[in-house]
Design a binder for this molecule. Structure first.
Ligand code: ZN
Length: 75
């Protein structure tokens, strides 16, 4: 059963619940009983891509754009 992270906007507490995917978007009360909670992204690999600003379209080295392989020495 997947676990979902929630954050309470009333007291700021974060908590996680195990619930069926069918109920993933159901409202969840925080351990203190507050109903004003938001579901957090439960993605594990958020740190790398999000922190690196990959959304801006990071420049990638084009193959054959210089260096060793530019002159066809590799193939
Ligand atoms: Zn709360």
């Amino acid at each position: 059963m997947p676990r979902y992270d929630f954050r309470c906007r009333s007291c700021g507490a974060t908590f996680e619940l195990s619930r069926p995917m069918a109920q993933a978007n159901d409202p969840a009360a925080c351990p203190q009983g507050h109903q004003d909670t938001v579901k957090l992204l439960s993605t594990v690999a958020v740190t790398g891509a999000a922190a690196g600003g990959a959304a801006g379209g990071a420049p990638r080295q084009a193959p054959g754009g210089g260096g060793c392989c530019g002159g066809g020495c590799c193939g």
